[in-house]
Design a protein around this ligand. Sequence first.
Ligand code: NAP
Length: 244
Amino acid sequence: MKRICIIGISGKLGRYMLEHALARGYEVTGVCRPESVGKLDKWRDRITLYPGRTDDRAVVAKAVKGCDGVLTVLAPWGMSNYASGTAQAVLDLAEPHARVVFSCGWHITRDGKDRYSWKLRTIVHLVNVIGRAVRVVDLKDQVEACRRIFDSDRDYTVVRGCDLEEGESEGLPVWSAHVGDPVLASNLVRRTDFALFMVHALTDPALSRQAPAIVGCNTESARTHAPDHVRHADGLSRLGAAPA
Ligand SMILES: NC(=O)c1ccc[n+]([C@@H]2O[C@H](COP(=O)([O-])OP(=O)(O)OC[C@H]3O[C@@H](n4cnc5c(N)ncnc54)[C@H](OP(=O)(O)O)[C@@H]3O)[C@@H](O)[C@H]2O)c1
């Protein structure tokens, strides 16, 4: 992995991914909305930026050219199929060999085997109804985006994040294939570690064509149910699926 592209690089998750990617020595290109270019001033000399909406196929085509990996923030904004348009552009235009990694939330299910709490179901329902009513957020389009990814023959990883908090990195999150597994019960991860997991997914063969649901490695549920995967001498958690 030498050159990667971050689609949605100016957001909070995008900027954390940028930091982690540069720390690994990757050459980084990125796409962000023109009005957000200034958020990247700090890194201006170290990245190649392609201003544009993340579903703009002409911009995405230029940005992903020659990239071995593409990290995409799937954001369910507006009512113009932004997330599915973004995902489709990456699926169609990334190099054939590229590893493609997408972000979303626990509400996305790949095989229908996730078990959701009433609280999460209620929140997702409310965001769906209110978000569409005010025409600001379209979670159904994020679901459609992921359906297209799962149906593709791409080398993908869809990383499903839980509740997010800011703060210093605690290490690589622990993951499980299904929401509802006890290891995920704490439902909290640092945003920087969500980003760390996205970057890690570029090179971990165990995450190919998977939709890992993640939780912070230092949370109570991770410590209780995946002790072997948490906190090693190098300060990073060892990646692994939780016991079924
Ligand atoms: N927030 C949560 O609690 C949570 C929980 C679980 C999973 N996730 C997932 O984490 C990922 C990142 O979410 P985040 O909440 O941390 O946000 P974020 O990283 O700040 O990313 C938001 C992205 O949306 C773009 N954006 C903002 N307003 C927009 C608009 N009106 N039209 C088009 N694009 C717009 C931002 O670009 P600009 O820089 O141009 O504004 C940025 O690229 C998403 O995939 C989300 O599904 C979030």
